[in-house]
Design a protein around this ligand. Structure first.
Ligand SMILES: Nc1ncnc2c1ncn2[C@@H]1O[C@H](COP(=O)(O)O)[C@@H](OP(=O)(O)O)[C@H]1O
Ligand SMILES: [Mg+2]
Ligand SMILES: [Mg+2]
Ligand SMILES: [Mg+2]
Length: 417
């Protein structure tokens, strides 16, 4: 019996100690927290976040590593698209929805996913393209061309290439990498959205296009990067459609790389063929009177109703003619103050916008001080899968005039019903 008595006494003692601790701790905890706030600078208070990927074990919500990888991955992909533009027949195929896809789209998607898989192997990826047309005998010629582009595209900075995990191992590996972008998306976990070439029609015409990458966490965009090789480097150059000056190519610089991290503002820097250039903050241009606005819209009348945009502009008293440019370069352009509004007005009732066409631009404009909604004034909802099925159109504007623009949009679109 003695052998039972000791443990029983010990257990009783432990239980009374626990009861005592439970009664004292609630009164002690707030005091301890107060004390720690006085003793520790706020930056030293750790913020816990569960990271799923294996390369970084540091708990942080800064997304520094994600941003760094995304910037380098997009910059490298723009080298491939530039090379396609200057040195190749574009190798255009028609997709099932009759929209074009080029060897540049496939190659850029392969390079970006390869970098994401190297750094964040557990993250999901929603990307626009798939490798189906590159497989088998019928896909051999395009596959070989894309493979040659992918394996020969490198940043001229060894450290940057190391961050991205170097080159893709084989043509077959490249096809599987392209198809890793088949996630169905949704509102849970870490999901990257990739548009390897947004504005493919602009790319083919020598107009604007953008290489787009965004990280969503539980459906909120946390990191957004847009590489726009044909935009002028300077934020103050007037907004115009068409190709930017290519002369700077000789110095290894061309176009612009926009980026934003939620809560940390938006930035831009020149694109380069090597490491990252120095970045600076960008902001929407202050606009007191909406009648003074410059607005941008799609070049393609099939993507956005230019008639409705003209009617809305006239209701707002806007007299400047619209600037038409392809791709998410429109988001970047208003975020840097080169224009004021972006109007995307539905042409067909049955068209659903894709998340990769908007995720990066949405964050970049909001972080630059703007507001981005659909034509009803609702925020874009990235939680619903590969498409924005709850939203129609896009209206991006400085915060102070956004509701005025939505009023005009509703009047014009409402009158058509
Ligand atoms: N009927 C339609 N309405 C709106 N957007 C459309 C559309 N058909 C295609 N698009 C999208 O418009 C994007 C280009 O936008 P913009 O007109 O602003 O340049 C295309 O991206 P891709 O070029 O990546 O395929 C495509 O996803
Ligand atoms: Mg497309
Ligand atoms: Mg697109
Ligand atoms: Mg695309």
């Amino acid at each position: 019996m003695v052998t039972w008595k000791r443990p029983l006494t010990l257990t009783a003692l432990t239980v009374s100690l626990l009861v005592l601790a439970a009664s004292v701790l609630p009164t002690l905890l707030p005091r301890l927290r107060l004390l720690s706030q006085h003793l520790l600078p706020s930056a030293a208070i750790p913020v816990a976040v569960t990271r799923q990927h294996s390369t970084s074990t540091m708990a942080s919500t800064s997304y520094d590593h994600e941003l760094h990888v995304a910037l380098l991955a997009v910059q490298r992909a723009t080298l491939l698209t530039k090379s396609v533009f200057h040195n190749h027949a574009k190798g255009t195929l028609n997709k099932s929805d009759a929209s074009p896809v080029t060897i540049g789209d496939f190659g850029a998607q392969a390079l970006i996913i390869s970098a994401l898989q190297h750094n964040f192997p557990n993250d999901e990826i929603v990307a626009e393209e798939e490798a189906k047309d590159l497989r088998g005998d019928s896909g051999k010629e395009v596959r070989e061309t894309v493979w040659n582009l992918v394996r020969h595209t490198q940043l001229g900075d060894g450290k940057a290439e190391e961050v991205l995990g170097g080159s893709v191992k084989s043509a077959d590996a490249m096809l599987d990498i392209i198809d890793k972008g088949d996630s169905q998306g949704g509102g849970k976990g870490r999901i990257w959205a990739i548009d390897p070439i947004d504005g493919t029609k602009g790319f083919l015409r020598g107009g604007q296009y953008a290489v787009c990458l965004a990280l969503m966490v539980d459906g909120d965009v946390k990191v957004g990067v847009l590489g726009c090789p044909n935009l002028p480097v300077s934020d103050s150059e007037p907004l115009k459609e068409g190709i930017g000056k290519d002369a700077s190519d000789e110095e290894g610089k061309f176009g612009v790389l926009f980026s934003a991290v939620e809560g940390q503002g938006a930035r831009s820097r020149g694109l380069s063929k090597s490491g990252l250039q120095q970045a600076h903050e960008i902001h929407m241009k202050p606009l007191e009177n909406v009648a003074d606005a410059t607005f941008c819209e799609s070049v393609e009348a099939g993507h956005s109703s230019q008639g409705d945009a003209a009617a809305i502009a006239s209701k707002l008293g806007i007299t400047k003619s619209s600037v038409r440019m392809d791709s998410q370069a429109k988001y970047g352009s208003i975020a840097r103050g080169a224009g004021d509004l972006y109007l995307r007005l539905p042409v067909r009732k049955d068209y659903v916008e894709k998340i990769w066409d908007h995720a990066a631009g949405d964050l970049i404009v909001r972080e630059a001080g703007g507001m981005v909604t659909d034509v009803e004034g609702n925020r874009l909802n990235f939680k619903l899968g590969r498409t924005l099925k709850e939203n129609k159109g896009v209206i991006a504007a400085p915060k102070n005039v956004h509701s005025k623009v939505i009023e005009a949009v509703k009047e014009v679109l409402g009158a058509k019903q």
